[in-house]
Design a protein around this ligand. Structure first.
Ligand code: F6R
Length: 614
C-alpha cells in the first residue's frame, strides 16, 4: 500500500533522490507524502496531504543539502489523510524519525503505556507509537541498536520500517515483517532502501530482499542484517533484477495505463519466451520446480487471488479443466485464509498475483503450506514474498506495472494459464498433439491480433464518448468470457467510478435483468464461440428492455449489428484464446470513458497498487 524510500550516500542530493523515488512510488498510495533529512545533527521533516505533484514544491523548498534522507507516500489505514498523519513521524525530542508501511495491531495498548510515561502524540496513526517506543526504550538500553531490537520485539502486526537517529548520521535502521522491503546496493554511490524496486531501479539493479523478522543497519558502504528472533547476524544474497529504468517511464503516453495496454503484445511475447515448441506442441516451464510425478499426483487445484488476478485465475480454471481435466476451485484469498478449506498433500494451491505482495494472497499460500499442499505462483515480481514462498513459479514478464488498474499483468496471467494448462494436458495426455500445436501457433499470433485492435483504438474512443453519462452498466459474457465480463466491469468501475456489474450472461434472468432499462447499458462479449447463440439470446432479452447494447464481436459477424447499438470487432481467434483478445477493447473502453470524464486514470480514488495489509 504505502511506499518507502531511503538513501544514504556520499552525494549531497539525498532529498532529491528520495523525492524522485517517491514519484515512482506514488502508485502505492497517494493521499499524503513526506520526507526527513538529517543535517548537522538536526532532523528536518517536510510532509503534507495530497498528491505528490501538488505538494512536491513545498516538500522540496528550503531543504538544506544532505546525504541521508527517508521518504514515504501514504495510503491511509489508521487516521485520515491529513498533514499530521503523514509520515515521517518524529519522537518528542526530535532525535528519532521514521517511516512505516503496515499496521501495528497492538498500538492502542502500547499507546496507553506511553501516554502514562508522558509521551505526547501528534497524530492518529498507529505508526507514531513506534517512534515513541524507540525513544522510551533508548532510555533503558545500552545502545540505540538494542532499543531498536527491543522495540521490534514489542510490536505486533506488519511492518516495513526505515528509522533515522541523530547520533547515527549516516545510518538507516531497517526492519521487515509481513510487508515488502528491499535494499539496493551500489559500489560507491551510496545505498538505498525501498518498498519497491521501481523507486531505485534508476540507480541500481543489485538488491537484497529482506525476509520477515530481519532487521539491520544500512550505511553508504555497508549493510548489516540480523535475525530479530535470534539476534544473530546473517548472511544475505545480492540478486540482480532484470528490469531496466526505461520500463518504469511513461514514454510519451498520456497515462501509464495506456502505455501498459500498448505493451501487451510484447508482454505476451516475453511471457511465452522460448518456452513452447510449435513442432511437437510441448511447453517448458523453467521455474515450476515440480516433478512430473508431483503434478500427476494432483487431485485438485485451488486458485487463490484478489481482484483482477482472481479473474485471470477464473479464466485459468476454465482452461485447466477443459484441457487437463483436473478439477479447479477458485477462492478469493481473503476468504480462503479464514474459511478452513479442505486441503491435503494432493492439492496444488496456485497464487495469482502481479505484485507478489498482496497480504491476503500471501497468507493463503502460507496456510496452504502449513497444511502440506504443493504451492505455485503465477507472479510478475521476481523476488517478491509470494514468489519466494511457493514451491514453484511461472513468471509472467509483464515488467513494472505502474497504472493502478491492472492491464498487462492480467494479459500475461492469461498467457501463463494457457501454458500451464497445456503443460498439464500434455503430461496427462488429455489433449491431442494437433490441438496442442494449433494452440501454440495461435497463441504466438495473438500479439499481432492485439496490434490490429490497437490500430483501431480511435473507434473505441468514439464509442466511449456515448457512454460517459451513464451511472451504471452491466457486462455480460459466458464460458471462457464470463471472467472477461467481470474484468471489464472492474476496469470500468475502478477508474471511471461508474457502477458496473459483471455477470455470466445466463445468470441475467435470475436477477440482474431487473437493473436493465434505458439508463443501464449492456456491454456484451459475443465473439465466435460454442455459446455464441446463447449469448445472443441473452442480449436480445436485455435489449427488449430498451437498453443500449455495446457488443464485442468477431470480425465477419454479420448478425451482431442487428441486436447491438455499438459494436467493437476483434479478429477471429481460437475459442480457448478468446479471453486474451476480448479483454483488450474492454480495457480501452474503460480507459477512454474514465479519461473523458476527467478521472485520474493512473491513480483512482481510494485505491493503491499492492494491497500489503489486510
Ligand atoms: C485491479 C487491480 C487489483 C489487483 C489486486 C491483486 O485493476 O489491479 O484488483 O488485481 O489488488 O493484486 P496482485 O495481483 O498484485 O496480487
Amino acid at each position: 500500500m504505502c511506499g518507502i524510500i531511503g538513501y544514504t550516500g556520499q552525494t549531497y542530493l539525498a532529498s532529491k533522490i528520495v523525492l524522485d523515488g517517491l514519484e515512482r512510488l506514488e502508485y502505492r498510495g497517494y493521499d499524503s507524502a513526506g520526507l526527513a533529512i538529517l543535517t548537522n545533527g538536526e532532523i528536518s521533516v517536510k510532509r503534507d496531504s495530497g498528491k505528490l505533484r501538488n505538494i512536491r514544491e513545498g516538500l522540496e523548498s528550503g531543504l538544506p543539502s544532505n546525504h541521508l534522507a527517508i521518504g514515504h507516500t501514504r495510503w491511509a489505514t489508521h487516521g485520515r489523510p491529513t498533514q499530521d498523519n503523514a509520515h515521517p513521524h518524529k519522537d518528542n525530542n526530535s532525535r528519532i524519525v521514521l517511516v512505516h508501511n503496515g499496521i501495528i495491531e497492538n498500538y492502542l495498548q502500547l499507546k496507553s503505556t506511553l501516554l502514562e510515561k508522558g509521551h505526547k502524540f501528534l497524530s492518529d496513526t498507529d505508526t507514531e507509537i513506534i517512534v515513541h517506543l524507540l525513544a522510551e526504550n533508548e532510555k533503558h538500553e545500552a545502545s540505540f541498536k538494542d532499543a531498536f531490537f527491543k522495540t521490534l520485539g514489542q510490536l505486533e502486526g506488519a511492518w516495513a520500517l526505515s528509522v533515522v537517529h541523530v547520533d547515527y548520521p549516516d545510518t538507516i535502521f531497517i526492519a521487515k515483517k509481513n510487508c515488502p522491503l528491499l535494499i539496493g546496493l551500489t559500489e560507491d554511490e551510496g545505498n538505498f532502501v525501498s518498498s519497491d524496486i521501481t523507486a531505485i531501479i534508476k540507480y541500481t539493479r543489485d538488491v537484497v530482499y529482506l525476509e520477515d523478522h530481519q532487521a539491520g543497519m544500512l550505511t553508504p558502504g555497508n549493510l548489516d542484517l540480523f535475525d530479530t528472533k535470534t539476534k544473530t547476524q546473517i548472511n544475505y544474497n545480492v540478486e540482480r533484477v532484470d528490469w531496466n529504468p526505461v520500463m518504469a517511464e511513461k514514454n510519451g503516453y498520456r497515462h501509464f495505463m495506456l502505455k501498459e495496454i500498448h505493451e501487451q503484445p510484447d508482454v505476451i511475447r516475453n511471457t511465452i519466451g522460448t518456452n513452447t515448441n510449435e513442432e511437437d506442441g510441448s511447453v517448458y516451464l523453467p521455474d515450476i520446480n515440480m516433478s512430473n510425478d508431483d503434478l500427476l499426483g494432483i487431485r485438485k487445484i485451488i486458485v487463490v487471488a484478489c481482484g483482477t488476478a482472481f479473474y485471470a485465475g477464473l479464466v485459468g480454471k476454465y482452461l485447466v479443466e477443459k484441457l487437463a481435466r483436473v478439477s479447479v476451485e477458485m477462492d478469493l484469498a481473503s476468504e480462503f485464509r479464514y474459511r478452513d478449506p479442505v486441503l491435503d498433500k494432493d492439492t496444488l494451491v496456485i497464487a495469482v498475483t502481479q505484485s507478489g505482495e498482496t497480504a491476503d494472497t500471501l497468507a493463503a499460500i502460507n496456510l496452504a503450506k502449513e497444511r502440506g499442499c504443493k504451492t505455485m505462483a503465477i507472479v510478475n515480481v521476481q523476488g517478491s514474498s509470494i514468489a519466494r514462498a511457493v514451491d514453484g513459479n511461472i513468471f509472467i514478464h509483464a515488467g513494472p506495472e505502474i497504472g493502478v488498474a491492472s492491464t498487462k499483468a492480467y494479459m500475461a496471467m492469461l498467457v501463463a494459464f494457457e501454458l500451464f494448462a497445456l503443460y498439464l494436458a500434455n503430461l496427462k495426455s488429455t489433449i491431442e498433439v494437433a490441438v496442442a500445436k494449433q494452440l501454440i501457433h495461435e497463441l504466438k499470433v495473438i500479439p499481432q491480433k492485439i496490434e490490429e485492435v490497437l490500430k483501431d483504438k480511435e473507434d473505441i474512443l468514439k464509442i466511449a464518448q456515448k457512454y460517459t453519462q451513464y451511472k451504471s452498466m452491466l457486462f455480460l459474457g459466458r464460458d471462457l468470457n464470463f471472467p472477461t465480463a467481470l474484468e471489464g466491469a472492474l476496469k470500468l468501475k475502478e477508474i471511471s467510478y461508474i457502477h458496473a456489474e459483471g455477470y455470466a450472461a445466463g445468470e441475467m434472468k435470475h436477477g440482474p435483468i431487473a437493473l436493465v432499462d434505458r439508463e443501464c447499458p449492456v456491454v456484451a462479449v459475443v465473439t465466435d464461440s460454442p455459446v455464441y447463440e446463447k449469448v445472443v439470446s441473452n442480449i436480445v432479452e436485455a435489449r427488449s428492455r430498451d437498453c443500449r447494447v455495446l457488443s464485442i464481436a468477431s470480425k465477419g459477424d454479420k448478425e451482431v449489428q442487428g441486436f447491438s447499438d455499438d459494436v467493437i470487432k476483434v479478429p477471429k481467434v481460437m475459442d480457448l484464446l478468446s479471453p486474451l483478445l476480448n479483454v483488450l477493447p474492454l480495457q480501452l473502453f474503460a480507459y477512454y470513458v474514465a479519461d473523458l470524464k476527467g478521472a485520474d486514470v493512473d491513480q483512482p480514488r481510494n485505491l493503491a497498487k499492492s494491497v500489503t495489509v489486510e
